[in-house]
Design a protein around this ligand. Structure first.
Ligand SMILES: [Zn+2]
Length: 325
């Protein structure tokens, strides 16, 4: 897959500024691995804020293949059960406390606040979230990079924008905009958030879900963390980067919803998969023990965590709820 990465010099990637702090100089950083690939993907770090990114992007033709039929099949295979659970939780109305609902899932869609309320699902895939949102009273629109995947969603009677969809958005027109696992994929997340902030209604919300690349699991496994997922993950944001990015785009965070810690840590399948990626990347037991020691030492020094609020979580995934600043 590394063959499909564009030459960074030829597509201007090297000169692309940091979306968080606008710095243009990038230094070397530890490479990242993908399960099944022994060859590492190169990574760079912003010399000012430390944000890490892939050293090169997928070229556009490879990207459209990548997010095509296979990507959709992967989504479908694992989503049916989760979709059903979320639908039940979303249908519970007012009798289940919000805190409990959020503990079970961090990506639930709320009920539409009024008739005709509009929801935009950016990177909607085959449209599972849109189908759920429709039953909660939302007037739904999705956007999708892959024409093949968009066709699957359209066959379910859903409205999906493709191509240069940003130009088709009306200002102040959406009450809820959802970006589930999107901002770490796109070449220019700052532009995307600025565009979406414009399209957000005055009292609207944006829900941004992504992996926490500064979490304990990520620090423990480094480049071999399973959620690094090169080449589709381009940016390896820590929470402090997301906080700064949101602010720069004219938004403010209302709530950080962490995936519950039990679910994040105690899934044997995730750890088995994680260990396989670690070994395939050349990692060994002694190296793991030394990293574990470093993590425990950091945990024993709480002032490190206190210095960077929201930066060092146990949870692996989170959703940040934002409004216009
Ligand atoms: Zn930066």
């Amino acid at each position: 897959m590394t063959d499909a990465l564009s030459d960074s010099a030829s597509n201007g990637w090297r000169e692309t500024p940091c979306p968080v702090c606008a710095e243009v100089s990038w230094g070397p950083a530890d490479p990242v691995f993908r399960a099944g690939d022994s060859e590492p993907f190169p990574v760079q770090a912003c010399t000012v804020c430390g944000l890490r990114r892939l050293g090169a992007l997928l070229d556009p033709a490879a990207a459209s293949r990548y997010y095509g039929v296979g990507y959709y099949a992967q989504e479908k295979a694992r989503s049916d059960f989760r979709t059903r659970v979320k639908q039940i939780l979303e249908g519970t109305g007012e009798w289940l406390p919000d805190a409990l609902r959020t503990f079970i899932s961090i990506s639930l869609v709320p009920r539409a606040p009024h008739a005709g309320a509009r929801l935009l699902d950016v990177g909607c895939g085959s449209g599972n979230l849109m189908v759920r949102a429709r039953t909660l009273g939302w007037d739904v629109v999705g956007t999708e990079l892959s024409d093949v995947t968009a066709a699957v969603a359209r066959a379910r009677g859903l409205s999906v924008l493709t191509g240069c969809w940003e130009e088709q958005l009306q200002p102040r027109s959406f009450d809820l905009i959802v970006l589930n696992h999107v901002i770490e994929h796109v070449a220019n997340p700052r532009n995307l958030l600025e565009t979406l902030a414009e399209a957000l209604a005055v009292r609207g919300q944006i829900h941004i879900g992504l992996p926490d690349f500064g979490c304990v699991q990520s620090r423990l496994f480094g480049g071999a963390w399973w959620a690094n997922l090169p080449p589709e993950h381009v940016w390896f944001f820590e929470k402090r980067h997301v906080a700064a990015l949101i602010k720069a785009a004219g938004l403010k965070p209302l709530e950080w919803r962490d995936l519950n810690r039990v679910a994040a840590q105690l899934r044997p399948a995730i750890w088995r998969h994680q260990w396989a990626v670690w070994r395939a990347s050349g990692g060994h037991a002694l190296g793991f023990a030394s990293r574990l020691g470093a993590c425990l030492a950091a945990a024993a020094l709480p002032r490190i965590d206190a210095a960077i609020p929201q930066a060092r979580g146990v949870s692996t995934m989170y959703t940040v709820v934002c409004a216009r600043a």
